[in-house]
Write a protein that binds this ligand. Structure first.
Ligand code: KG4
Ligand code: ZN
Length: 356
């Protein structure tokens, strides 16, 4: 039995998981600095790095306790090497090196995006490559063919905002706070998905994504609705100037309609491209990963519409979709088996990109 400890600090989550033989998750502890970033409406790299330093040891202790094991029971240390925020990555990698040196165990550098896709294989160990991978998070929107743990063929990426970023910005516009994805997901239940007409430019052709047009259309819609509500130049000018929240004065019902319509448009784009990738490559397996893969509408529609086309859709549980240490440990196990360990001189690689 091989027991790998996986460390993830690429963004605002300090996460450590312990996984046996690549699939048995013994622990998966995640501490988030999200609350500290809330007032700024987005992740502040400096704050994220400082919080990693403060909490990483406690996260390790909790992870060991949950797994009922000790540091000496760990066979290898895996850590996210990139992509991510340089300061945040440095904390995890330095910590991993310290553990590897202290315990005299191998060190394994893991690509965060590959780990998100590996979560699909941990969810369904019978899944074998090739499969279509869709990674959607606050920092990434990409579509690829996964030929193996470390072999990817990039099909498309976002040309502007990552989809999670678009969720966060739209939520901010609507005065819903940060992070926006979960709130829009919940509020959409109350709204009408066809309540507001929004463009889906990016669905037209190819595999690249673009969410800035959709975001601007939401902005214009909200501006129009707000102006109607304001009925007075002074209030409108005030709203235009501050932009925060733009949706000032709108009824909850109207905000829910905008949220639901935006979510539906974003899901349409993701779904169209992913199913197109299956059609073009002839590959009938899909794995989704990343924070936005927690979105219930995306999970539901991808599963239903994929199955209707005879496609196997692997949707990891929420704990494996968000940034977590178990996915890093799981992929670390596979790399260890292939002898792909790193020297203690290993460095962070903030621009690591699925080796593509
Ligand atoms: O993968 P992740 O935890 O961190 C990185 O960005 O790497 O993803 C965070 C992103 C945020 O933009 C957040 O708004 C979005 O994932 N998100 C969601 C949902 N839950 C989180 N977006 C849509 N629906 C959700 N349920
Ligand atoms: Zn991520």
């Amino acid at each position: 039995m091989v027991r790998v400890l996986g460390i993830e600090t690429s963004c605002d989550e300090t996460a450590i998981g312990i996984v046996e033989d690549g699939v048995r998750i013994r622990s998966n502890i995640v501490a988030s600095s999200q609350d500290f970033h809330k007032p700024y409406g987005g992740v502040i790299p400096e704050i994220a790095a400082r919080v990693h330093v403060e909490v990483i040891w406690r996260v390790l202790e909790e992870s060991l306790a949950q797994a009922s094991c000790q540091l000496s029971d760990i066979d290898a240390i895996a850590v996210t090497q990139g992509p991510g925020l340089p300061g945040a990555l440095l904390i995890g990698v330095a910590f991993a090196k310290g553990l590897a040196m202290m315990l005299d165990r191998p060190l394994i550098g893991v690509d965060h995006l590959a780990a998100h896709l590996h979560a699909g294989r941990m969810t369904d160990p019978t899944l074998a490559p090739p499969f279509i991978g869709l990674v959607v998070s606050g920092g990434h929107s990409l579509l690829c063919v996964a030929h193996g743990e470390q072999r990817f063929e990039m099909l498309g990426e976002t040309k502007d905002d990552a989809v999670g970023e678009a969720f966060d910005k739209v939520a901010r516009l609507l005065g819903l706070g940060y992070p926006g994805g979960p709130v829009i997901d919940r509020l959409s239940d109350e709204g009408n998905r066809t309540g507001v007409a929004l463009p889906r430019h990016a669905t037209k052709e190819g595999f690249d994504f673009s969410f800035s047009g959709l975001k601007t259309a939401v902005y214009q819609t909200v501006q129009k609705l707000t102006a109607e509500v304001a009925e007075g130049y002074r209030l409108k000018a005030e709203v235009d100037r501050t932009l925060q929240p733009l949706a000032l004065g709108l009824q909850r019902r109207q905000i829910a309609d905008v949220a639901a319509s935006f979510q539906e448009a974003a899901v349409d784009v993701l779904l169209t491209k992913t199913l197109r990738a299956c059609q073009k490559t002839g590959i009938k397996q899909i794995v989704i990963g990343g924070g936005v893969a927690s979105n219930r509408r995306l999970r539901q529609r991808l599963t239903e519409e994929g199955h209707a086309k005879g496609i196997r859709v692997v949707v990891p549980p929420l704990a494996l979709c968000v940034d977590n240490g178990a996915m890093v440990a799981g992929l670390g196990c596979e790399l260890l088996a292939k002898g792909r360990t790193q020297p203690l001189s290993m460095n962070i690689d903030p621009h690591l990109h699925l080796n593509a």
